[in-house]
Design a protein around this ligand. Structure first.
Ligand code: UGA
Length: 442
């Protein structure tokens, strides 16, 4: 099967590329580059992920990813190995796509980045360009250069802006490509790898490129905290959040993207990157007050949503059973890292509620995960909602819009819905006799 985006390269030089790390960024990067005709070797040292990849299965749920990877593997343009050192031997470009987890003080843990640099340094051919896609603090390109310690190797920053759940579409249609390096020729060569994407290219120095990544995520997080605060304000002044979003979103300077109120923002990136930005700024002597306010505002918002559920069951939640729909941090991903749903359900349990939950990505095996120990995982949304005192929608999976609420109405103990994603039809639910609340809708 050939995808619309995966056109073969026309007249472009075919390159040998290594991708270190087959995670949420590494795999789409490998899929995109190999589908453009380049020869790509991916290194993944986690045994299970490595074996899954060899078997043609990526272990995340990105639409189209497995097809693209399998297509490239079958065409001999993509192979998977289990060590970075083995992947980079004859590569002209090495993409570093490794994790940068959060340290306790909010700063980024660079041990995977420096570890990978140490491992590959002695193996690189002269002239290899290292392209860092991992999200890293300003100055890390210089640090990688130091660790590698070879004047014949250039390191370039090329931050990634794809979203989980739409990684392939985002990778083929990036809003922009940012490349940062002191060696402009190397930066231009990296930009050329993506030249047929018709996206604007920003070539800058490495420090600015690294900051662009954090600034983008911090801006998005701030926008979300803002819209969630406005939705909460709608509730107290009797305004409509749906109409407010329309009314401000039509202003092109504001725009509709990232303007949908919800239970708070989460995931593996926005919380980590906002904390890192605050920590980086602090260590450089600058107080990134606005980003701190966005983080604190998000925590407060999640508390408000949990409290809204308490109020919806009559004020005393102890002993109530809450049916939760959605555990992931957003729809179309299996990722529950920093999920608002996990934090809100934990709060409900701490207040004395019993929580039953359903999420389409949570199988009976993942149901044993420690982050779900406080609740009971159900096999169907109907089971999760049966005999409950309230239903809370915490992730916007499309299937939740299609549920048979006539059937649900008959099975619940009390007909109460808290739609923290503002996705259900208010009138229909009210007609069925549900008490409906949301984030700022009337
Ligand atoms: C985010 C950025 O959007 C990507 O550009 C970036 O590349 C990525 O982080 C990263 O740094 O790797 P992602 O973590 O996949 O992507 O998640 P988002 O789609 O940004 O959603 C983040 C959170 O905001 C979710 O909890 C989501 O439910 C929430 N959200 C998003 C809303 O509540 N309302 C919206 O309108 C949009």
């Amino acid at each position: 099967m050939t995808h619309g985006w995966a056109e073969p390269l026309l007249g472009e030089e075919i390159r040998r590329i290594a991708v270190v790390g087959a995670g949420y960024v590494g795999l789409p990067t490998a899929a995109v580059l190999s589908s453009r005709g380049h020869f790509v070797t991916v290194a993944e040292r986690d045994k299970e992920r490595y074996q899954n990849l060899r078997d043609g299965l990526s272990s995340n749920v990105e639409q189209g990813l497995d097809e693209l990877l399998n297509e490239s593997m079958a065409a001999g343009r993509l192979k998977v190995v289990n060590s970075a050192a083995a992947a980079v031997v004859d590569a002209e470009f090495v993409f570093l796509c490794v994790e940068t987890p959060q340290n306790e003080d909010g700063s980024a843990d660079l041990s995977f980045v420096t570890g990978a640099a140490m491992e590959i340094g002695p193996k690189l051919a002269t002239g290899t360009i290292i392209v860092n896609k991992s999200t890293v603090p300003m100055g890390t390109v210089g640090l990688i250069e130091q660790v590698i310690g070879r004047p014949d190797i250039v390191v370039v920053s090329n931050p990634e802006f794809l979203r989980e759940g739409s990684a392939i579409a985002d990778s083929f249609n990036p809003d922009r490509i940012v490349v940062g390096a002191s060696d402009r020729e190397a930066a231009a060569q990296v930009a050329k790898l993506f030249c047929n994407f018709q996206s604007p290219v920003v070539i800058t120095d490495a420090t600015t490129s690294e900051l662009i990544k954090y600034a983008s995520n911090a801006f998005l997080a701030t926008k979300l905290t803002f819209v969630n605060a406005m939705a909460s304000l709608c509730e107290v002044v009797g305004a409509s959040a749906d109409d407010l979003v329309l009314g401000i979103g039509y202003d092109k300077r504001i725009g509709f993207e990232f303007l949908h109120p919800g239970p708070g923002w989460g995931g593996s990136c926005l919380p980590k990157d906002t904390a890192a930005l605050v920590a980086i700024a602090k260590s450089a002597g600058f107080d990134a007050e606005i980003v701190r306010a966005a983080i604190d505002g998000n925590q407060e918002h999640m508390k408000r949503v949990a409290d809204k559920i308490r109020v919806a069951v009559g004020g005393e939640i102890r002993g109530s059973t809450i049916g939760v729909l959605g555990l992931t941090f957003k729809a179309n991903t299996e990722d529950r890292r920093n999920s608002p749903s996990i934090s809100i359900t934990q709060r409900l349990v701490d207040m004395g509620a019993v929580v039953k939950a359903y999420d389409p990505s949570v199988s009976s095996t993942s149901a044993e995960a420690t982050d779900l120990a406080h609740l009971t995982v159900c096999n169907s949304p109907y089971e999760a909602m049966k005999n409950t005192n309230a239903i809370a929608i915490l992730t916007e999976w499309p299937m939740f819009r299609e549920l048979d609420f006539v059937r649900v109405r008959e099975s619940v103990a009390t007909p109460v819905i808290i739609d923290a994603r503002n996705i259900l039809d208010v009138e229909t639910l009210k007609r069925l006799g549900f008490s409906y609340s949301s984030v700022g809708r009337q």
